[in-house]
Design a protein around this ligand. Structure first.
Ligand code: PMP
Length: 317
């Protein structure tokens, strides 16, 4: 039997994943000073092709996160896109896959400063199925934890240290018997899910929380807004959402690379709408998944084909 190695890209070269190791004195490990992206690649069995979803937009957001955390790399956006394609090619998965690039502070020293602190880069891939194990609709709680504020750890950067906040909220929710949670900002308004953005359908309107609500500016969120308008003529209203509005919503759904589009059917043990997956959530979910798998050619500009293609994603408009 031939042995297939899994590779990572680590500090300038492709190495077997077991050799991609950081020293325990690395700044990012000591202080959470790394930024990352979570990118999905979708396997299309019929076309025998892997499509990376909105690769360029993810790498652009990585650069935005790097700016916030004072990281800089020797690679351009194009070069990192090409490295991601190359890594997937080398690992040659024929299943849905998660691509995880990280830029991190690599000094080996005590002291939290970002200055005089070199940046490094690594990336790995892992097989990645349904984040919620196939649950058609989620039961969530409002977390007692609050979302990190922009002046504490900016949520619009995908900063590793901030995921301690996510971890606290998610763990409590799961231990209390919920699938996930919705997190509020300090001002009491809704921010987002543990690692996904939130949409609400109420009084015939599709609504999502604003970028000023301490959310990560989700790439799936932007995709959902575009799909909703282009395919169904639903323009998304972007505004603050109160906790009590969630209880009165007709439909709720999460959006995110991991979550994709996942309906929420209960909040704090209160049924949302009819308690079943809503019609609008279902339509958006189906359309989104078709697009991701390359089944709606009109949206192929969002896809980077790995095995046969040469194109690297679309540019930010
Ligand atoms: N919020 C948080 C905190 C996240 O970690 C994620 C996942 N990246 C999202 C929202 C959704 O963002 P995206 O659609 O770009 O994956």
């Amino acid at each position: 039997m031939s042995e297939t190695k899994t590779y990572a890209y680590f500090e300038g070269k492709f190495v077997p994943i077991e050799d991609a190791k950081v020293n325990i004195m690395t700044h990012a490990f000591l202080y959470g000073t790394a930024v990352f992206e979570g990118i999905r690649a979708y396997w299309n069995d019929k076309q025998e092709e892997m499509y990376i979803f909105r690769l360029r937009e993810h790498i652009e957001r990585l650069f935005d996160s790097m700016k916030i955390l004072d990281l800089s790399l020797k690679y351009s956006i194009d070069e990192l896109c090409k490295l991601a394609v190359e890594l997937v090619k080398r690992n040659a998965p024929r299943t849905d896959t998660y691509i995880r690039p990280s830029a991190y502070k690599a000094a080996q020293r005590i002291g939290p400063g970002l200055h005089d602190n070199p940046s490094e880069f690594c990336m790995f891939t892992v097989p990645f199925g349904d984040y919620f194990h196939g649950a058609p609709g989620l039961k969530v709680q409002i977390s007692s934890w609050r979302r990190v504020e922009d002046n504490a750890i900016p949520a619009r950067g995908k900063i590793v240290g901030a995921y301690a906040n996510t971890a606290l909220a998610k763990t409590d929710a799961v231990r209390a018997g919920f699938d996930d949670c919705i997190v509020l900002s300090e001002n009491g308004h809704v921010s987002e899910g543990s690692a996904m953005n939130l949409f609400m359908v109420r009084q015939g309107k599709l609504i999502t929380t604003p970028v000023s609500a301490n959310i990560l500016e989700g790439i799936t969120r932007a995709s959902v807004m575009e799909i909703a308008e282009a395919e169904f003529g639903w323009k998304t209203e972007v505004r603050e959402i109160d906790r009590s509005e969630l209880y009165l919503a007709d439909e709720l759904f999460f959006s995110g690379t991991g979550a994709q589009v996942t309906p929420v059917i209960e909040v704090d043990r209160r049924r949302i709408g009819t308690g079943d997956v809503g019609a609008i959530s279902a339509k958006i979910k189906d359309t989104y998944l078709q697009i991701c798998r390359g089944e709606m050619p009109k949206y192929n500009r969002w896809l980077t084909p790995v095995y046969k293609g040469t194109k690297v994603g679309a540019t930010r408009s």
